[in-house]
Write a protein that binds this ligand. Structure first.
Ligand code: PGA
Ligand code: ZN
Length: 415
């Protein structure tokens, strides 16, 4: 045990250049630090990231309301510390202190405590969660569209790849990087005048249709998979909320000339899944339509149907969707709920319900790599953290470092 000796916040910048909160905590004088990420295609039921006034106001709240209650406190566990943060906030959605304030404080304190003990954070997390540390499979965005890219990019938000049977974590990370590189070559051949621009998460953002994008990614994955002798699956994050037109009640894919109602879109997703042999589909429908997810699950029993905006890392929503048979995977974004403890509650619901927890970055990130520790320590079988860009590769490199203790070949399997 150790005592929290200081807790201070500052405003820093994320990968999009937006302001975010960073917290520095000290336990017995030993420091730890963490910054919060930021989403752009957010679910309606996520907690409030900041008190009114944004990151600057959060720094003030931390100084005036949070630090006075926590400095001097004996740090014993993230579970206990995070419950105190909830108590200090006093609302169900962190609207007083902000979920980003709470999360950054929670991770900073854990990191400081880990440094004091000389343990890596994943080990402390694993000790509290009772999980056997294992390395997650990296699921990465090689092509981006929707809200993460500019005009003309495909409407579906993310085109993802995942090595399914890598021998080591190095091989897994390298496979994704090679697909990204190969995709760049394919796109420069196929899309005239495309200068290889990228979206918010480091995937290419070419002016092509959804199907042309999927086709290029599929080819790149196939080629690299054959060269490396690794099976590389393809996935999509539809982020359906951002392609739905409320007034006409249609899912709109202009690049394909498609304006589809719920049934039509369901059939279309099945068609895409069969064509590209999709192993993973995230948020294929609106966040208030778990029944559509359940219908898709029935039609694609071997595909991971993952909820992001649908469940926003909330245990009760995950449990409800599992009961309905709507999902067999869930995105785990710590700042959707605002603390490591609440994040663990969500992961635990997945593990108990036989679903795959997917630890996930946000489109606005920093070079912090605690997401990798969280994934290993909480038993997330997959980590979705992008492929290239400093703030994305930081998470992959941290997995490489963690693997030196856990064992480079101790990589999870989902099939
Ligand atoms: P966000 O989106 O981080 O911009 O909210 C990422 C996602 O939808 O997975
Ligand atoms: Zn998503």
């Amino acid at each position: 045990m150790g005592r929290i000796t200081s807790l201070v916040g500052r405003v820093v910048f994320d990968s999009r250049g937006d302001k975010t909160i960073e917290v520095e905590a000290a336990v017995d004088g030993v420091k730890g630090r963490a910054a919060a990420p930021a989403g752009k295609s957010r679910g309606r039921r996520e907690v409030e990231p900041y008190p009114a006034g944004g990151p600057e106001a959060a720094v003030k709240v931390l100084r005036e309301k949070v630090a006075p209650r926590l400095v001097g406190h004996e740090y014993a566990s993230f579970i206990e510390f995070d419950q105190l943060l909830q108590e200090i906030d006093g609302t169900p959605n962190f609207s007083n202190i902000g979920g980003n304030t709470a999360l950054a404080a929670s991770v900073a304190a854990l990191t400081a405590y880990a440094a004091l003990r000389g343990d890596p954070p994943y080990k402390l997390i694993a000790r509290e969660t009772g999980q056997e540390p294992a390395l997650p499979l990296p699921l990465g965005n090689v092509l981006g569209g929707g809200k993460h890219a500019g005009q003309g990019a495909p409407e579906i938000q993310e085109y993802l790849v995942i090595p399914l049977n890598p021998k080591t974590i190095h091989e897994a990370v390298e496979a994704n990087i090679r697909v990204h590189r190969r995709l760049g070559e394919i796109l420069s051949r196929r899309v005239s005048g495309f200068p290889l621009g990228k979206g918010d998460e480091g995937g290419y953002a070419p002016p092509i249709s959804v199907e042309a994008a999927l086709d290029a990614v599929k080819e790149a994955a196939q080629r690299v998979g054959d060269e490396m002798g690794v099976r590389i699956g393809v996935g999509l994050d539809v982020a359906a909320g951002s392609i739905y037109d409320e007034s006409s009640r249609r899912y709109v894919l202009k690049s394909q000339g498609l304006y589809l109602d719920r049934e039509g879109f369901l059939n279309y997703i099945v068609e895409l899944a069969e064509k590209a042999n999709l192993v993973y589909i995230e948020d294929p429908f609106l966040e208030d339509d778990p029944d559509a997810f359940a219908e898709l699950r029935k039609q694609l029993p071997n595909t991971l149907i993952c909820g992001d905006d649908l469940v926003v890392t909330r245990r009760e929503l995950i449990e409800d969707c599992l009961k309905k048979g709507a999902i067999n995977a869930a995105i785990i974004k710590p700042n959707q709920v605002g603390s490591l403890y609440l994040t663990w509650r969500a992961v635990d619901a997945c593990l108990k319900g036989g679903a795959v927890p997917v630890a996930s970055h946000r489109s606005g990130e920093t070079t912090d790599a605690y997401l990798s520790h969280l994934a290993v320590g909480m038993g997330c079988k997959v980590i979705k953290a992008g492929v290239l860009g400093g703030e994305r590769i930081a998470k992959a490199n941290e997995l490489v470092r963690i693997s030196e203790e856990v064992g480079a070949s101790k990589v999870s399997r989902i099939v």
